[in-house]
Design a protein around this ligand. Structure first.
Ligand code: NAD
Length: 497
């Protein structure tokens, strides 16, 4: 099965069947590939090639660069099913979510194609006669992309589509847990490059298969002006100072600890559906997964009751076969979930779910029933991101207290309120409301569209990817002053003669 998917996606057999590093599917732990991890020398050579490719690509007019991204989007449309299936095989999310990820890639490509004709600068009024000023945006250089296992294709595309139209070359270090997805995306982009013609330099996009050492090489190399890194806060804490030490730029997309405030006026049917999708979807392994439910005391019992009933009906199983929840990525993720639940139990929390499922059928697949954990207060355990389907439920009486709880965690990615009270809704998205990069009203915290900027504050890293004016992060800004007069007046009226 994997062989036929990889063949249709254009990945040569040698690239994923002959290496020294074993790739397993989280579905049942079976081997789906053998890839070769690259050492220091190979990474160094790739960076040099990326620099050469950048020097050629930056000369290609931006709308023409957009044409390459348009062709890539067509490849993605033609192979949406195959790539979606590969995402399911390699990271274990259900096929609907795998297909959703590929659709996000297509959407960002479409946005980037339009953007390629809109890399707008400014004209600025000069204080000096016979002068004009303007602001221009120029390509930046080779861009280093480091990505996480749980979204093995879309975040790369958010960066890659914009970085390409902005005139940059790409070096991608995917998660060591999902190298096949990276090889497939690269193969589709190479097909688009072939169709595009000679304007696209050969090494415009490269994949570096490796572990964190390979990531660290990119992070430390001054030839790479921008590192865009998606992953845990631990990773970001290591990457940020190293990039800063060489005055590089970084876009950091790190951990989240996302909350919903559920007010008494809310439409509870909608809220329960939103909770289910955002707390349980992708087996709780989304950066935007709902992890904290802050519910008004007057409706707490009813909501918990409805959630327990809904959770009892969740189908758990092989993500290729139409179940709603697939496996955790590996045994380590399972152990981390169990250790968080054990701590909660010791602290007196009421817990439903969290048990291992299907262990007999899949001894090497880590399926769990999503857990609802009722706690009295937001302590250190709740403040920590456990990357698994655990929903902590806490009560509130006063909206301001709920807002304070929403904000009282180290992370600042996504948040939402369910209410029909306009004062509560507007307060939540105001300057004194949620402190997160994403704040929603009457929709859950996960499942963002690509049109907006995506990212979060505090320990989520402060980076933004995807839509809005994010393209500017992949370019360098230049201020130009042009004197078309025969005089040389100085700014601020300074006389120097
Ligand atoms: P991880 O931090 O273990 O690994 C992410 C990537 O960083 C991998 O490619 C890894 O090899 C690399 N890496 C690790 N240490 C490094 C270092 N010191 N230098 C350079 N590279 C290094 O994360 P994961 O387990 O793959 O993903 C789950 C985490 O990612 C969760 O915390 C989740 O919230 C977060 N995430 C965030 C977003 C977002 O947009 N904010 C999106 C997806 C995932």
């Amino acid at each position: 099965m994997i062989d036929s998917i990889m063949k249709r996606l254009g990945v040569s057999h040698d690239l994923y069947r002959n290496g020294n590093y074993t790739v397993r599917t989280p579905i049942d732990g079976s081997v789906i590939g053998q890839v070769s991890l690259e050492g220091a020398e190979a990474v160094d050579e790739r960076i040099a090639k990326a620099q050469q490719a950048f020097e050629a690509w930056r000369k290609v007019p931006a709308p023409r660069r957009g044409e390459l991204v348009r062709l890539f989007a067509q490849q993605l449309r033609d192979h949406k099913e195959d790539l979606g299936q590969l995402v399911t095989w390699e990271c274990g999310k259900i096929l609907q979510e795998g297909l959703g990820e590929v659709q996000e890639m297509i959407d960002i490509c479409d946005l980037a194609v339009g953007q390629s004709r809109q890399l707008f600068g400014l004209t600025i009024a000069s204080e000096r006669p016979g002068h004009h000023m303007r602001e221009s945006w120029h390509p930046l250089g080779p861009i280093g992309l480091i990505t996480a296992f749980n979204f093995p294709v879309a975040p790369w595309a958010w960066n890659a589509a914009l970085a390409l139209v902005c005139g940059n070359s790409l070096l991608w270090k995917p998660s060591e847990k999902t190298p096949l997805c990276a090889l497939a995306c690269q193969a589709l982009l190479e097909r688009a490059m072939e169709e595009f013609g000679d304007d696209a330099p050969k090494d415009l996009s490269q994949v570096i298969l490796g572990d964190r050492d390979a990531g660290e090489r990119l992070v430390d190399d001054p030839r790479i002006p921008l590192i865009s890194a998606t992953g845990s806060t631990r990773m970001g804490r290591e990457v940020a100072p190293r990039v800063a030490a060489r005055f590089g730029r970084s876009i950091l997309e790190l951990g989240g600890n996302n909350a919903m405030i559920l007010a008494p006026s809310a439409d509870l049917d909608m809220a329960v559906r939103a909770i289910l999708f955002s707390a349980v979807g992708t087996a709780g392994q989304r950066c935007t997964t709902l992890r904290r439910l802050i519910v008004h005391e007057s409706i707490r019992d009813e909501v918990v009751d409805r959630l327990k009933k809904a959770y009892a009906n969740i189908s758990i199983g092989d993500p290729r076969e139409g179940y709603l929840v697939g496996p955790l990525i590996d045994s380590q993720a399972y152990e981390q979930m169990q250790s968080a639940l054990e701590r909660a139990r010791q602290q007196g929390a009421k817990i439903v779910g969290g048990e291992r499922q299907l262990a007999e059928s899949y001894p090497d697949g880590y399926y769990v029933s999503p857990a609802i954990v009722e706690v009295e207060q937001q302590d250190e355990l709740v403040r920590h991101e456990t990357f698994a389907p655990i929903l902590y439920v806490m009560g509130y009486r006063d909206f301001d207290d709920a807002l304070a709880m929403n904000n009282d965690v180290p992370q600042g990615l996504s948040s939402c309120v369910f209410t029909t009270d306009v004062r509560e809704a507007e307060t939540f998205v105001s300057a004194v409301g949620s402190d997160c990069g994403i704040a929603n009203v009457n929709i859950g915290p996960s499942g963002a569209e690509i049109g907006g900027a995506f990212g979060g504050e505090k320990e989520t890293g402060g980076g933004r990817e995807s839509g809005s004016d994010v393209w500017k992060s992949y370019m360098r800004r230049q201020t130009n002053t042009v004197n078309y007069s025969r005089e040389l007046p100085l700014a601020q009226g300074i006389k120097f003669d």
